[in-house]
Design a protein around this ligand. Structure first.
Ligand code: UD1
Ligand code: CA
Length: 459
């Protein structure tokens, strides 16, 4: 096998994005909770490409600050004199032998597979150019072909004749070619056109004139090359991205009650026969093992659900591990460090934080369990609170196997309830409850014989 040529992505990100009406530079606008630019960087990273060059201009400091600490080189384009001029700012940093892959910070849905196919076309010195067929080519550069069908150039809409404007094959702007050739062409660009800009697109005709082979690669899915200029397109891209991610889950055997009503803002791994109801939002890294169910309007971030776990409607799970066969919700909140062992249950209006709940244990109603360890088959009654915070420090509560905590108990940590202990309803525990015994920590019930209710005075 021949050695893989070095691929260096050049990402144009100098435009202002005026139509966003925002103080945040366009390429940092969030799409599914990640800046547009990060989506492009991820697509390039998937190629195994090294250290991209990002061309910044408007809001350059903000973009640079965002990229700090990452394996990315920055090139500054002071004035936005056109796409050809933007690429020219990056090229001096790139070795002649490398293949340059030109990408755009505001075209975030491009797939790594498409880029792999495109760059493969450039490996023997050809100029590889990504085009797309669209219904409405308005505003885009048209691909020009001769009578034999060979590509001969690109004309921008504003420079095009009425006949050329009728063409539906358009320029995505994405291309791949050896750096040496691109350096030569970019240096020869002029701005003799309707916009007075240095058009990167003019490089195509230069390649043809030099006899360099040009290979047009058609992008099969126009959604990948959707450019974002305003908030309406940003919202549309988010819908599109969600749909693409939902389609991937469907293909893996996940049942989505309505793929249009699922938001995937992170990475999801899902096993077979997972079922996700409507209105669900998935963020960060979410793992859903075989047969899990996520009920309507639940929000899951950075969590793992083991096989057969059920999250009922309106639950919020963040940074938690849910064991096999567990039942959570409706209206439950699992916070960071909540670890539910298999077949345990957390019911409505229960909050769990930094706590381990043992196998088969139940916290079914209206409780707060924080900084606690519960053994197996524990039953926590409604309204029970672990008082973990003394105003300065957090303390731990330990509850042994098969313990029974009566309703409305307050467990003032640090405190321990022994195995098999019973705590009476309404108790305020400040000391440990011994194993196997009934502990009561509440006022004894008394009855006042002959007591009279007050009656309203007559005026
Ligand atoms: C460009 C293409 C057009 C193509 C379209 C696809 C040219 C001349 N035209 O047109 O053929 O169909 O993209 O969307 O290339 N940028 C800079 N610095 C500059 C100018 C632009 O960084 O000086 C960046 C912008 O931030 C933007 C991208 O390059 O991300 C495209 O620039 P834009 O001016 O929007 O080009 P279009 O007119 O849309
Ligand atoms: Ca544009």
């Amino acid at each position: 096998m021949s050695e893989q040529p070095l691929i260096v992505p050049v990402i144009l990100a100098a435009g202002q994005g005026k139509r966003m009406r925002s103080s945040v530079p366009k390429v940092l606008q969030p799409l599914a909770e990640a800046p547009l630019l990060d989506h492009v960087l991820a697509a390039a990273e998937g190629l195994g490409a090294v250290s991209p060059v990002v061309v910044v201009g408007h809001g350059g400091e903000q973009v640079e600050a965002h990229l700090a600490g990452r394996d990315v080189r920055i090139a500054l384009q002071d004035r936005q004199l056109g796409t050809g001029h933007a690429v020219a700012q990056a090229l001096p940093r790139i070795e002649d032998e490398a293949i340059v892959l030109v990408l755009y910070g505001d075209v975030p849905l491009i797939a790594t597979d498409t880029l792999r196919q495109l760059t493969a076309h450039a490996s023997d010195g050809a100029l590889a150019w990504l085009t797309v067929h669209v219904e409405d080519p308005h505003g885009l550069g048209r691909i020009l072909r001769d009578d034999g069908g060979a590509v001969i150039g690109i004309v921008e809409e504003r420079d095009a004749t009425p006949v050329q404007r009728g063409l539906r094959e358009v320029n995505t702007g994405i291309l791949a070619v050896h750096c040496a050739a691109l350096k030569r062409w970019v240096a020869a660009l002029d701005c003799d056109n309707a916009q007075g800009e240095y058009y990167l697109t003019d490089c195509l005709a230069m390649a043809v004139a030099e006899g360099v082979p040009v290979r047009v690669h058609r992008c099969e899915d126009p959604r990948e090359v959707l450019g974002i200029n305003d908030r309406s397109q940003l919202a549309e891209a988010e819908r599109t991205l969600n749909r693409m991610r939902a389609d991937r889950l469907l293909a893996q055997g996940v049942m989505l009650r309505d793929p249009a009503r699922l938001d995937i803002r992170g990475r999801v791994e899902a096993g077979r026969d997972v079922e996700i109801d409507v209105g669900v939002i998935l963020k960060g890294r979410v793992v859903l093992a075989e047969g899990c169910y996520v009920g309507p309007y639940s929000v899951l971030s950075d969590c793992t659900l083991a096989a057969g776990a059920r999250i009922e409607a309106h639950s919020v799970i963040d940074g938690a591990e849910v064991g096999a066969g567990c039942a959570v919700g409706p209206f439950a909140r699992l916070r960071s460090g909540a670890r539910l062992a298999e077949t345990s249950r957390v019911g409505n209006f229960v909050e769990v934080k930094n706590a381990a709940i043992g196998i088969g244990s139940k916290v079914n109603h209206l409780s707060y369990i924080g900084d606690a360890t519960l053994g197996e088959d524990v039953n926590v009654g409604a309204g029970t609170i672990t008082c973990n915070y003394d105003g300065a420090n957090k303390h731990h509560t330990r509850i042994g196997d098969r313990a029974f905590i009566g309703s409305n108990a307050a467990l003032v940590a640090p405190v321990e309830v022994g195995d098999g202990a019973t705590v009476g309803a309404g108790s305020v525990l400040t000391r440990s409850a011994p194993p196997g015994e009934l502990t009561l920590a509440r006022a004894r019930q008394t009855t006042i014989q002959g007591w009279q209710r007050p009656v309203k005075r007559k005026e």
